[in-house]
Design a protein around this ligand. Sequence first.
Ligand code: S3P
Length: 176
Amino acid sequence: MENKHIILIGFMGAGKTTIGRRLSYLAKKPFLDMDQYIEKQEGREIKEIFATEGECVFRAIETKSLEKIKLERAKYVISTGGGMPIQEKNQKLLKEMGTIIYLRIQAETVCERIKQDSKRPLLQVENPRQKIAEMLKVRNPIYEELADYIIDVDQKQFKDILQEIKVILDKDGGEN
Ligand code: S3P
């Protein structure tokens, strides 16, 4: 486990950042949240990048950031943005970088969690419920295909999810 990143993937609202932060203590690796990393590097918020330059530019920044992190010697617990695993070149990079854990969430749970959210540009639409369902339908098979491990997060407490991840990592560490 020492020489690999631990990478959390999954849809918006799955808890990647919260779980990643806590997991970094457990796994004794520094925490890196991709969205926060990008905001820091770019000096502006994600929603601003979307608004001024569009999604394509944001996706290019995502890939560039991933390539940069891959070159670092440090190994992190990384929480990715929900769209990061969708591009093929990112899939390849993520695979090479470490153990990928998919935090799988149902559309209904996402709706509940992001009700008041204004930070996620892709969900600022008239019918977020429908948009979430459509996006999840496309993305879920991609996340599943990419993942080394899958954890269902609906109706679970963070501490239980962490415990599941710990079991996975102990096993993963033993095999590598
Ligand atoms: C996105 C998810 C966001 C952020 C951007 C695009 C997506 O990250 O990267 O708004 O395409 O699903 P979170 O999954 O952390 O919300």
